[in-house]
Design a protein around this ligand. Structure first.
Ligand SMILES: Cc1cc2nc3c(=O)[nH]c(=O)nc-3n(C[C@H](O)[C@H](O)[C@H](O)COP(=O)(O)OP(=O)(O)OC[C@H]3O[C@@H](n4cnc5c(N)ncnc54)[C@H](O)[C@@H]3O)c2cc1C
Length: 580
């Protein structure tokens, strides 16, 4: 067990926080060791669990362990499975102990916390296992009663329960040996480290007492702030693709007091389940425009976050071909570079039954959770506060943005607003690995059947509309459909004939009556950004920007009028028919 002076170390990152800076670890660890420390607890960067993948975190642990000091590895992650995997890896790699942060990100009650910590502790056994918390940042503590029960359940709980509130009785003053500020390091008031070596502005003390909402938008925008000390706090509820984009764009437009809260974690909802298709080929002008405005943002992200491989629609009937052609004309008229193509020219594709095909070369496929983490990382750098494991209901704010996917009506109801959104269960299938998949394989979609697939690494991901819609919150894979989907793949893409199902998962669409999102103010100071009906990821850049502009009192860069909640009462619906 490590005793004595222990420093909370950060993880060195390079490329603006995008990758581990492996070369920086050595000098950094030597510097810490020279300060006379007895060990380190690498807490990582701000929000390491958000920013680094599990593989990168295992690699970081390994490099820390190569250094001169004993290491208690931080294994806390967004899911129990990942936390357990990181604990096992730490124990097998020679760590001096394993620590997990509380609360676990997805469940808040005592039993769930206990189960999470107990699983991680057993995975670390026989190493000492530590639990720590960031009460001031995450909003609540790990209850002592949970730790008492944990001590009864596992034999290796080492009994550490720390907080990010500095308490004089702990003697933590910032000047102690090994307290994290090295000799010669600059002293600044309350700098918060962020990936890439930048700093988040320390937040000014908040006003106590009632906040005024009036003019909140203008106040939130730094460029319009009129009175010193006037504060408008914007709470973005939900850290999926939409909430992350809204928060990032708010901050990049100058809003100074933005917090994004998710009751689970970053990209924990539909965003982590999505296919990642990014297309401009919709059947209504409004949706085409949203997608067009988003493509520009995706293009800047580039591979591997976004791969511009195109989106190929195939028609196998005369009717299907006529519809495809009608949509192509609408899309091309709006400036989408969608073209008639010869499907037989796509390597490996069976086109014997195809009557016609269209492709838009600027469409493509993306990695939704990775894009969302990237947006959160950028938002953090701009000073946005990120609160995982925190229901938005717990936070005080002047403006609330509801970006909770299918759970949005629940939060809206607490503000007296009824949102016509219903959860619809959909499933995806991933195949076993395939050799020699072309890197430029487009997303392929059969217009009549809705069967579609894309390449993800060395496997394919398949989807199709279910025979009967499955309404409700249950996220369950219907295994009876798997063989049919695989047979369709074997027919359409013969090189995948050897592939079988590797895994399948289900997620929720947040459906509105017309399959268009609900965007804009729905009550005083309450904005909706939800109801994306299965295509929110690809629209998230444009939606996030436009909504941020509107909240800050600017003119939105895209017309949000078609998406108001009031359209349902006014009867002005415009059904999008191309829902996959
Ligand atoms: C199987 C499947 C395939 C899909 N494929 C595509 C695709 O190819 N292309 C595409 O563009 N879209 C696709 N989508 C849709 C896309 O995933 C969503 O539209 C998009 O990710 C929506 O993001 P979101 O941020 O609105 O919601 P989510 O990602 O669901 O995020 C909502 C978040 O809110 C949190 N939350 C809930 N209640 C609260 C609360 N009270 N306080 C704080 N947080 C709260 C949840 O924990 C969750 O993290 C697909 C969806 C599914 C299910």
């Amino acid at each position: 067990m490590v005793r004595g002076a222990l420093a909370a170390a950060v993880t060195p990152l390079r490329d603006d926080g995008a990758a581990l800076d492996e070369d920086a670890f050595g000098p950094y660890l030597d510097f810490l060791a020279a300060g006379g420390l007895d060990g380190i607890l690498p807490l990582g960067t701000t929000g390491e669990g958000i920013l680094l993948s599990a593989a990168e975190r295992r690699r970081a642990a390994e490099i820390f362990l190569e250094g001169p000091l004993p290491v208690i590895v931080h294994a806390g992650a967004q899911t129990t499975a990942e936390t357990v995997a990181l604990s096992e890896h730490a124990a097998a790699s020679g760590a001096a102990g394993v620590a997990a942060i509380g609360p676990p990100y997805y469940a808040l009650d005592d039993d769930a916390q206990l189960a999470h910590f107990a699983a991680a502790a057993r995975a670390a056994d026989p190493l000492p296992f530590y639990v720590y918390e960031f009460k001031a940042r995450s909003g609540y503590a790990v209850p002592v009663r949970v730790l008492e029960r944990l001590r009864e359940e596992v034999s290796n709980l080492a009994g550490l329960k720390v907080s990010d509130r500095l308490r004089p009785r702990l003697g933590v003053s910032g000047t102690r040996r090994g307290a994290g500020r090295g000799r010669g390091a600059p002293r600044r008031p309350r700098p918060l480290p962020v990936p890439g070596g930048g700093e988040v502005r320390a937040r000014p003390p908040r006003r106590t007492g009632a906040r005024r909402r009036a003019g909140a938008a203008a106040m939130a925008n730094g460029s319009r702030e009129t009175g010193a000390g006037r504060v408008a706090r914007i709470v973005v509820a939900g850290a999926g693709a939409i909430g992350a984009s809204v928060a990032y764009h708010l901050a990049s437009l100058g809003a100074r007091d933005v917090v994004i809260a998710d009751r689970q974690g970053v990209a924990a909802g539909a965003t982590s389940k999505a296919m990642g298709g990014v297309r401009q080929q919709f059947s209504t002008a409004a949706e085409v425009r949203l997608a067009q405005a988003s493509i520009r943002f995706f293009e800047e992200l580039d591979a591997p976050l976004f791969e511009q491989v195109g989106y190929l629609f195939l028609a196998t009937t005369e009717d299907g071909l006529a519809e495809l052609e009608e949509r192509r004309e609408l899309q091309a008229g709006l400036g989408v570079p969608v073209e008639r193509v010869n499907a037989a020219e796509v390597e490996g594709l069976y086109a014997g039954d195809v009557l016609g095909a269209v492709n838009c070369a600027t469409d493509g496929v993306a990695d939704p959770p990775a894009v969302t983490r990237e947006l959160v990382r950028r938002a953090l750098k701009l000073g946005v506060e990120v609160r995982e494991g925190t229901p938005a209901e717990r936070l005080e704010g002047d403006v609330l943005v509801i970006a909770c996917g299918p759970w949005s009506p629940e939060l809206a109801a607490t503000r007296g607003v009824e949102l016509p959104i219903r959860p619809l269960c959909r499933q995806l299938i991933q195949t076993t690995a395939l050799l020699d998949l072309p890197e430029d394989l487009p997303m392929v979609l059969e217009a009549e059947t809705s069967f579609h697939f894309r390449r993800r690494g060395d496997s394919l991901v398949l989807a199709m509309v279910d025979p009967e819609p499955r309404w409700g919150f249950e996220e369950r894979v219907d295994e009876s459909l798997l063989d049919d989907r695989l047979a369709r793949l074997h027919h359409r893409y013969p090189p995948a004939r050897e592939a079988s199902v590797d895994r399948a998962w289900a997620g929720l669409y947040d459906m509105t009556p017309d399959a268009h999102p609900i965007l804009g103010e729905v009550a005083d100071g309450v904005y909706a950004a939800c109801g994306f009906s299965g295509h929110g990821f690809m629209q998230s850049p444009a939606v996030g920007r436009a909504l941020a502009e509107e909240i800050l009192g600017e003119s939105p860069s895209i017309d949000l009028a078609p998406y108001r909640l009031s359209r349902f009462a006014d009867g002005a619906e415009f059904p999008e028919t191309l829902i996959l």
